[in-house]
Design a protein around this ligand. Sequence first.
Ligand SMILES: Cc1cc2nc3c(=O)[nH]c(=O)nc-3n(C[C@H](O)[C@H](O)[C@H](O)COP(=O)(O)OP(=O)(O)OC[C@H]3O[C@@H](n4cnc5c(N)ncnc54)[C@H](O)[C@@H]3O)c2cc1C
Length: 337
Amino acid sequence: MDRYVTLDKYNTFGLHVTASFFSIIKDADEVFDLIKDSVFKEEKRLILGAGSNVLFLDDFFNGLVVRIETKGKTILREMGNNVYIRVAAGESWAGFVEEMVKEGYGGLENLSLIPGTVGAAPIQNIGAYGTELKDVFYQLTAVDLTTGEKVFFNKDECEFGYRTSVFKTRLRDHYLITHVDFRLNKQPVLDFKYGVLFQYLYEKGIVNPTINDVSKAVIAIRNSKLPDPAQLGNAGSFFKNPVIHNLLFQNLQREFPDIVGHPDVKDFTKVSAAWLIEKTNWKGRRVGNAGFHDKQCLVLVNHGNATGRELFLAAMMAKQSVIEEFGIELEMEVNIV
Ligand SMILES: Cc1cc2nc3c(=O)[nH]c(=O)nc-3n(C[C@H](O)[C@H](O)[C@H](O)COP(=O)(O)OP(=O)(O)OC[C@H]3O[C@@H](n4cnc5c(N)ncnc54)[C@H](O)[C@@H]3O)c2cc1C
Protein backbone atom coordinates (compact mmCIF):
# COMPACT_ATOMS: atom_id res chain seq x y z
CA MET A 1 0.00 0.00 0.00
CA ASP A 2 1.37 3.40 -0.97
CA ARG A 3 1.08 6.72 0.86
CA TYR A 4 0.33 10.17 -0.54
CA VAL A 5 -0.20 9.25 -4.16
CA THR A 6 -1.29 11.78 -6.74
CA LEU A 7 -4.47 10.86 -8.61
CA ASP A 8 -3.97 13.35 -11.46
CA LYS A 9 -3.74 10.61 -14.07
CA TYR A 10 -6.51 8.60 -12.44
CA ASN A 11 -9.36 11.07 -13.02
CA THR A 12 -10.44 12.35 -16.43
CA PHE A 13 -11.29 15.81 -15.09
CA GLY A 14 -7.52 16.08 -14.69
CA LEU A 15 -7.87 17.34 -11.12
CA HIS A 16 -4.82 17.54 -8.89
CA VAL A 17 -5.78 15.24 -6.05
CA THR A 18 -3.68 13.33 -3.54
CA ALA A 19 -4.86 10.21 -1.72
CA SER A 20 -3.45 9.47 1.71
CA PHE A 21 -3.48 5.71 0.98
CA PHE A 22 -3.40 4.02 -2.42
CA SER A 23 -3.50 0.41 -3.45
CA ILE A 24 -3.58 -1.25 -6.87
CA ILE A 25 -5.41 -4.54 -7.35
CA LYS A 26 -3.92 -6.60 -10.18
CA ASP A 27 -5.41 -9.96 -9.27
CA ALA A 28 -8.99 -10.43 -8.04
CA ASP A 29 -7.81 -12.64 -5.15
CA GLU A 30 -5.84 -9.71 -3.72
CA VAL A 31 -9.18 -8.19 -2.72
CA PHE A 32 -9.60 -10.79 0.03
CA ASP A 33 -6.28 -9.78 1.64
CA LEU A 34 -6.95 -6.09 1.17
CA ILE A 35 -10.23 -6.10 3.05
CA LYS A 36 -8.52 -7.68 6.08
CA ASP A 37 -6.04 -4.78 6.19
CA SER A 38 -6.57 -2.33 9.05
CA VAL A 39 -6.30 0.64 6.68
CA PHE A 40 -9.12 -0.79 4.58
CA LYS A 41 -11.25 -1.38 7.65
CA GLU A 42 -10.65 1.97 9.30
CA GLU A 43 -10.20 4.54 6.54
CA LYS A 44 -12.72 6.08 4.21
CA ARG A 45 -12.32 4.27 0.89
CA LEU A 46 -12.96 4.65 -2.80
CA ILE A 47 -12.91 1.94 -5.47
CA LEU A 48 -11.57 3.47 -8.66
CA GLY A 49 -11.54 2.24 -12.23
CA ALA A 50 -10.36 4.75 -14.82
CA GLY A 51 -11.82 7.72 -12.94
CA SER A 52 -13.94 8.80 -15.91
CA ASN A 53 -17.11 9.22 -13.91
CA VAL A 54 -15.93 10.82 -10.67
CA LEU A 55 -15.50 14.39 -9.51
CA PHE A 56 -13.20 14.92 -6.54
CA LEU A 57 -14.35 17.98 -4.61
CA ASP A 58 -11.12 18.42 -2.68
CA ASP A 59 -7.46 18.20 -3.58
CA PHE A 60 -6.86 15.73 -0.75
CA PHE A 61 -8.66 12.41 -0.38
CA ASN A 62 -8.21 11.48 3.23
CA GLY A 63 -8.59 7.74 2.88
CA LEU A 64 -7.77 4.72 0.76
CA VAL A 65 -8.16 4.65 -3.01
CA VAL A 66 -8.27 1.13 -4.45
CA ARG A 67 -7.53 1.16 -8.14
CA ILE A 68 -8.69 -1.87 -10.13
CA GLU A 69 -6.19 -3.07 -12.75
CA THR A 70 -7.16 -6.74 -13.07
CA LYS A 71 -6.95 -8.18 -16.57
CA GLY A 72 -8.28 -11.19 -18.43
CA LYS A 73 -11.10 -12.47 -20.63
CA THR A 74 -12.40 -16.03 -20.74
CA ILE A 75 -14.98 -17.56 -23.02
CA LEU A 76 -17.24 -19.46 -20.63
CA ARG A 77 -19.34 -21.29 -23.21
CA GLU A 78 -20.98 -21.06 -26.61
CA MET A 79 -24.62 -22.02 -27.06
CA GLY A 80 -26.12 -21.65 -30.50
CA ASN A 81 -25.32 -18.13 -31.58
CA ASN A 82 -24.61 -16.97 -28.05
CA VAL A 83 -21.12 -16.54 -26.65
CA TYR A 84 -20.74 -16.13 -22.88
CA ILE A 85 -17.60 -14.31 -21.90
CA ARG A 86 -16.18 -13.36 -18.48
CA VAL A 87 -14.11 -10.19 -18.29
CA ALA A 88 -11.97 -8.90 -15.43
CA ALA A 89 -13.09 -5.59 -13.91
CA GLY A 90 -9.87 -3.74 -14.71
CA GLU A 91 -10.03 -4.32 -18.47
CA SER A 92 -10.56 -1.22 -20.58
CA TRP A 93 -14.17 -1.07 -21.73
CA ALA A 94 -13.30 0.40 -25.13
CA GLY A 95 -10.53 -2.18 -25.64
CA PHE A 96 -12.89 -5.03 -24.80
CA VAL A 97 -15.54 -3.75 -27.21
CA GLU A 98 -12.97 -3.33 -29.97
CA GLU A 99 -11.78 -6.91 -29.50
CA MET A 100 -15.32 -8.33 -29.56
CA VAL A 101 -16.16 -6.35 -32.69
CA LYS A 102 -13.07 -7.83 -34.38
CA GLU A 103 -14.19 -11.33 -33.33
CA GLY A 104 -17.58 -10.65 -34.90
CA TYR A 105 -19.43 -10.96 -31.59
CA GLY A 106 -22.35 -8.54 -31.62
CA GLY A 107 -24.15 -6.58 -28.93
CA LEU A 108 -21.47 -4.13 -27.79
CA GLU A 109 -20.90 -2.14 -30.98
CA ASN A 110 -23.14 0.82 -30.01
CA LEU A 111 -21.12 1.13 -26.79
CA SER A 112 -17.81 1.58 -28.62
CA LEU A 113 -15.28 4.07 -27.26
CA ILE A 114 -16.97 4.74 -23.91
CA PRO A 115 -14.10 5.44 -21.51
CA GLY A 116 -13.59 3.51 -18.30
CA THR A 117 -13.25 -0.04 -17.09
CA VAL A 118 -15.42 -3.11 -17.52
CA GLY A 119 -16.01 -3.33 -13.75
CA ALA A 120 -17.51 0.15 -13.59
CA ALA A 121 -19.82 -0.38 -16.57
CA PRO A 122 -22.65 -2.00 -14.56
CA ILE A 123 -22.50 0.70 -11.86
CA GLN A 124 -24.40 3.19 -13.98
CA ASN A 125 -25.57 0.74 -16.67
CA ILE A 126 -23.57 2.62 -19.28
CA GLY A 127 -25.43 3.46 -22.42
CA ALA A 128 -25.12 5.13 -25.80
CA TYR A 129 -26.87 5.22 -29.17
CA GLY A 130 -29.90 3.24 -28.06
CA THR A 131 -28.05 0.42 -26.25
CA GLU A 132 -27.35 -0.12 -22.57
CA LEU A 133 -25.02 -2.46 -20.76
CA LYS A 134 -28.03 -4.43 -19.48
CA ASP A 135 -28.78 -5.54 -23.06
CA VAL A 136 -25.62 -7.68 -23.15
CA PHE A 137 -25.18 -8.32 -19.43
CA TYR A 138 -25.43 -11.87 -18.09
CA GLN A 139 -24.14 -11.71 -14.50
CA LEU A 140 -21.35 -10.26 -12.40
CA THR A 141 -19.10 -11.39 -9.58
CA ALA A 142 -18.46 -9.09 -6.64
CA VAL A 143 -16.89 -9.19 -3.21
CA ASP A 144 -18.92 -7.99 -0.24
CA LEU A 145 -16.59 -5.43 1.32
CA THR A 146 -17.91 -6.08 4.82
CA THR A 147 -18.05 -9.88 4.97
CA GLY A 148 -15.48 -10.76 2.28
CA GLU A 149 -18.04 -13.05 0.70
CA LYS A 150 -17.95 -13.66 -3.07
CA VAL A 151 -21.39 -13.00 -4.54
CA PHE A 152 -22.99 -13.34 -7.98
CA PHE A 153 -25.58 -10.84 -9.20
CA ASN A 154 -27.86 -11.70 -12.09
CA LYS A 155 -29.50 -9.05 -14.24
CA ASP A 156 -32.61 -8.63 -12.06
CA GLU A 157 -30.53 -8.37 -8.90
CA CYS A 158 -28.54 -5.51 -10.42
CA GLU A 159 -31.76 -3.45 -10.67
CA PHE A 160 -30.55 -1.70 -13.81
CA GLY A 161 -32.24 1.53 -14.80
CA TYR A 162 -31.38 4.57 -16.86
CA ARG A 163 -27.75 5.32 -15.85
CA THR A 164 -28.22 3.51 -12.57
CA SER A 165 -28.12 0.16 -10.80
CA VAL A 166 -28.34 -1.20 -7.30
CA PHE A 167 -24.61 -0.38 -6.97
CA LYS A 168 -25.32 3.31 -7.41
CA THR A 169 -28.33 3.30 -5.09
CA ARG A 170 -29.05 1.11 -2.08
CA LEU A 171 -25.86 -1.01 -2.29
CA ARG A 172 -23.55 1.88 -3.11
CA ASP A 173 -19.96 1.21 -1.91
CA HIS A 174 -20.94 -2.22 -0.50
CA TYR A 175 -19.32 -4.34 -3.20
CA LEU A 176 -16.22 -4.48 -5.32
CA ILE A 177 -17.04 -5.89 -8.75
CA THR A 178 -14.32 -8.31 -9.86
CA HIS A 179 -15.75 -9.76 -13.09
CA VAL A 180 -18.59 -9.12 -15.50
CA ASP A 181 -20.09 -11.85 -17.70
CA PHE A 182 -21.62 -10.93 -21.04
CA ARG A 183 -23.89 -12.74 -23.45
CA LEU A 184 -22.88 -11.76 -26.98
CA ASN A 185 -24.28 -12.94 -30.27
CA LYS A 186 -22.58 -14.23 -33.40
CA GLN A 187 -25.65 -13.39 -35.52
CA PRO A 188 -26.90 -10.20 -33.88
CA VAL A 189 -29.81 -8.09 -35.02
CA LEU A 190 -28.02 -4.76 -35.15
CA ASP A 191 -29.74 -1.72 -33.70
CA PHE A 192 -28.79 1.38 -35.65
CA LYS A 193 -32.08 3.25 -35.68
CA TYR A 194 -30.83 5.87 -33.20
CA GLY A 195 -31.04 9.27 -34.99
CA VAL A 196 -27.44 10.38 -35.56
CA LEU A 197 -26.19 6.82 -36.00
CA PHE A 198 -28.78 6.01 -38.64
CA GLN A 199 -28.09 9.28 -40.41
CA TYR A 200 -24.32 8.71 -40.40
CA LEU A 201 -24.65 5.24 -41.94
CA TYR A 202 -27.25 6.47 -44.43
CA GLU A 203 -24.97 9.28 -45.58
CA LYS A 204 -22.17 6.75 -46.09
CA GLY A 205 -24.55 4.68 -48.22
CA ILE A 206 -24.49 1.77 -45.74
CA VAL A 207 -27.94 0.21 -45.61
CA ASN A 208 -27.00 -3.24 -44.28
CA PRO A 209 -24.25 -2.45 -41.79
CA THR A 210 -22.01 -5.07 -40.20
CA ILE A 211 -21.01 -5.04 -36.52
CA ASN A 212 -17.81 -3.35 -37.61
CA ASP A 213 -19.68 -0.68 -39.62
CA VAL A 214 -21.81 0.24 -36.62
CA SER A 215 -18.82 0.35 -34.29
CA LYS A 216 -16.83 2.51 -36.72
CA ALA A 217 -19.79 4.87 -37.13
CA VAL A 218 -20.20 5.22 -33.36
CA ILE A 219 -16.48 5.90 -32.96
CA ALA A 220 -16.52 8.53 -35.72
CA ILE A 221 -19.57 10.28 -34.25
CA ARG A 222 -18.12 10.25 -30.73
CA ASN A 223 -14.75 11.55 -31.92
CA SER A 224 -16.43 14.39 -33.79
CA LYS A 225 -18.67 15.44 -30.91
CA LEU A 226 -17.15 14.73 -27.53
CA PRO A 227 -14.19 16.59 -26.03
CA ASP A 228 -11.19 14.33 -25.46
CA PRO A 229 -10.40 14.28 -21.71
CA ALA A 230 -6.68 14.23 -22.57
CA GLN A 231 -7.13 17.71 -24.10
CA LEU A 232 -9.97 19.09 -21.99
CA GLY A 233 -10.71 17.42 -18.65
CA ASN A 234 -14.27 16.10 -18.40
CA ALA A 235 -16.33 13.11 -17.33
CA GLY A 236 -18.80 12.92 -20.22
CA SER A 237 -22.39 13.99 -19.58
CA PHE A 238 -22.57 15.60 -16.18
CA PHE A 239 -26.35 15.37 -15.74
CA LYS A 240 -28.88 12.69 -16.62
CA ASN A 241 -31.81 13.48 -18.90
CA PRO A 242 -34.67 14.14 -16.46
CA VAL A 243 -37.80 12.03 -16.75
CA ILE A 244 -40.96 14.05 -16.06
CA HIS A 245 -44.69 13.40 -16.14
CA ASN A 246 -46.36 13.93 -19.52
CA LEU A 247 -48.68 16.58 -18.06
CA LEU A 248 -45.72 18.65 -16.95
CA PHE A 249 -44.04 18.12 -20.31
CA GLN A 250 -47.15 19.21 -22.23
CA ASN A 251 -47.39 22.26 -20.01
CA LEU A 252 -43.78 23.19 -20.78
CA GLN A 253 -44.36 22.48 -24.47
CA ARG A 254 -47.04 25.18 -24.59
CA GLU A 255 -44.55 27.72 -23.26
CA PHE A 256 -41.44 26.34 -25.02
CA PRO A 257 -42.60 24.68 -28.27
CA ASP A 258 -39.05 23.59 -29.18
CA ILE A 259 -38.44 21.66 -25.94
CA VAL A 260 -36.82 18.29 -26.74
CA GLY A 261 -38.25 15.16 -25.15
CA HIS A 262 -38.89 11.51 -25.97
CA PRO A 263 -41.55 9.16 -24.60
CA ASP A 264 -40.18 7.14 -21.70
CA VAL A 265 -42.09 4.71 -19.48
CA LYS A 266 -45.89 5.03 -19.55
CA ASP A 267 -47.06 8.60 -18.81
CA PHE A 268 -43.50 9.97 -18.64
CA THR A 269 -41.20 11.87 -21.00
CA LYS A 270 -37.41 11.97 -20.98
CA VAL A 271 -36.36 15.57 -21.52
CA SER A 272 -33.05 16.53 -23.11
CA ALA A 273 -30.84 17.86 -20.32
CA ALA A 274 -28.63 19.42 -23.01
CA TRP A 275 -31.61 21.46 -24.24
CA LEU A 276 -32.34 22.64 -20.68
CA ILE A 277 -28.69 23.64 -20.16
CA GLU A 278 -28.58 25.44 -23.49
CA LYS A 279 -31.84 27.31 -22.90
CA THR A 280 -30.59 28.58 -19.56
CA ASN A 281 -27.53 30.01 -21.33
CA TRP A 282 -25.01 27.60 -19.88
CA LYS A 283 -23.69 26.40 -23.22
CA GLY A 284 -20.07 27.51 -23.37
CA ARG A 285 -20.43 29.50 -20.14
CA ARG A 286 -17.60 29.51 -17.60
CA VAL A 287 -17.28 29.91 -13.86
CA GLY A 288 -13.59 30.57 -13.33
CA ASN A 289 -11.75 27.64 -14.91
CA ALA A 290 -14.82 25.45 -15.10
CA GLY A 291 -17.67 25.56 -17.57
CA PHE A 292 -20.00 23.77 -19.93
CA HIS A 293 -18.63 22.76 -23.31
CA ASP A 294 -19.49 25.09 -26.17
CA LYS A 295 -20.65 22.24 -28.46
CA GLN A 296 -21.62 19.42 -26.08
CA CYS A 297 -23.24 21.55 -23.43
CA LEU A 298 -24.05 18.61 -21.15
CA VAL A 299 -20.32 18.08 -20.65
CA LEU A 300 -18.78 19.98 -17.76
CA VAL A 301 -15.15 20.78 -18.57
CA ASN A 302 -11.98 21.75 -16.80
CA HIS A 303 -10.51 24.58 -18.87
CA GLY A 304 -7.22 24.13 -17.03
CA ASN A 305 -6.39 24.12 -13.33
CA ALA A 306 -10.02 24.19 -12.21
CA THR A 307 -10.59 22.86 -8.73
CA GLY A 308 -13.18 20.22 -7.96
CA ARG A 309 -15.22 22.80 -6.09
CA GLU A 310 -15.11 25.21 -9.03
CA LEU A 311 -16.48 22.48 -11.30
CA PHE A 312 -19.12 21.54 -8.76
CA LEU A 313 -20.13 25.19 -8.32
CA ALA A 314 -20.62 25.63 -12.07
CA ALA A 315 -22.75 22.48 -12.12
CA MET A 316 -24.87 23.62 -9.18
CA MET A 317 -25.37 27.07 -10.71
CA ALA A 318 -26.59 25.50 -13.95
CA LYS A 319 -28.84 23.15 -12.01
CA GLN A 320 -30.32 26.11 -10.14
CA SER A 321 -30.96 27.98 -13.41
CA VAL A 322 -32.86 24.97 -14.77
CA ILE A 323 -34.97 24.73 -11.61
CA GLU A 324 -35.83 28.43 -11.76
CA GLU A 325 -36.63 28.45 -15.48
CA PHE A 326 -38.36 25.09 -15.92
CA GLY A 327 -39.08 23.72 -12.44
CA ILE A 328 -37.06 20.61 -13.29
CA GLU A 329 -34.36 19.28 -10.99
CA LEU A 330 -31.40 17.81 -12.85
CA GLU A 331 -29.76 14.74 -11.34
CA MET A 332 -26.01 14.24 -11.55
CA GLU A 333 -24.70 11.31 -13.54
CA VAL A 334 -21.15 11.81 -12.28
CA ASN A 335 -20.20 10.48 -8.83
CA ILE A 336 -19.15 13.18 -6.38
CA VAL A 337 -16.30 12.16 -4.08
C1 LIG B 1 -15.53 11.62 -22.71
C2 LIG B 1 -16.46 10.73 -21.91
C3 LIG B 1 -17.55 10.15 -22.53
C4 LIG B 1 -18.42 9.33 -21.81
N1 LIG B 1 -19.47 8.78 -22.47
C5 LIG B 1 -20.32 7.97 -21.80
C6 LIG B 1 -21.42 7.37 -22.47
O1 LIG B 1 -21.61 7.53 -23.68
N2 LIG B 1 -22.27 6.59 -21.75
C7 LIG B 1 -22.07 6.36 -20.41
O2 LIG B 1 -22.89 5.65 -19.82
N3 LIG B 1 -21.03 6.91 -19.76
C8 LIG B 1 -20.15 7.70 -20.40
N4 LIG B 1 -19.09 8.27 -19.75
C9 LIG B 1 -18.92 8.03 -18.30
C10 LIG B 1 -17.93 6.88 -17.95
O3 LIG B 1 -17.13 6.58 -19.04
C11 LIG B 1 -18.64 5.61 -17.49
O4 LIG B 1 -19.47 5.88 -16.40
C12 LIG B 1 -17.65 4.50 -17.10
O5 LIG B 1 -18.34 3.29 -16.88
C13 LIG B 1 -16.83 4.85 -15.85
O6 LIG B 1 -15.80 3.88 -15.74
P1 LIG B 1 -14.54 4.13 -14.82
O7 LIG B 1 -13.75 2.87 -14.79
O8 LIG B 1 -13.83 5.33 -15.25
O9 LIG B 1 -15.25 4.36 -13.42
P2 LIG B 1 -14.77 5.35 -12.25
O10 LIG B 1 -15.00 6.75 -12.68
O11 LIG B 1 -13.41 4.98 -11.80
O12 LIG B 1 -15.83 4.97 -11.12
C14 LIG B 1 -17.19 5.28 -11.30
C15 LIG B 1 -17.97 4.72 -10.10
O13 LIG B 1 -17.92 3.30 -10.10
C16 LIG B 1 -17.31 2.79 -8.92
N5 LIG B 1 -16.48 1.65 -9.35
C17 LIG B 1 -15.56 1.65 -10.35
N6 LIG B 1 -15.07 0.41 -10.52
C18 LIG B 1 -15.68 -0.38 -9.61
C19 LIG B 1 -15.59 -1.78 -9.28
N7 LIG B 1 -14.78 -2.61 -9.94
N8 LIG B 1 -16.36 -2.25 -8.27
C20 LIG B 1 -17.19 -1.42 -7.59
N9 LIG B 1 -17.32 -0.10 -7.85
C21 LIG B 1 -16.57 0.41 -8.86
C22 LIG B 1 -16.51 3.95 -8.35
O14 LIG B 1 -16.36 3.83 -6.95
C23 LIG B 1 -17.37 5.14 -8.75
O15 LIG B 1 -18.44 5.30 -7.84
C24 LIG B 1 -18.19 9.08 -20.44
C25 LIG B 1 -17.07 9.66 -19.82
C26 LIG B 1 -16.21 10.46 -20.54
C27 LIG B 1 -15.00 11.04 -19.87
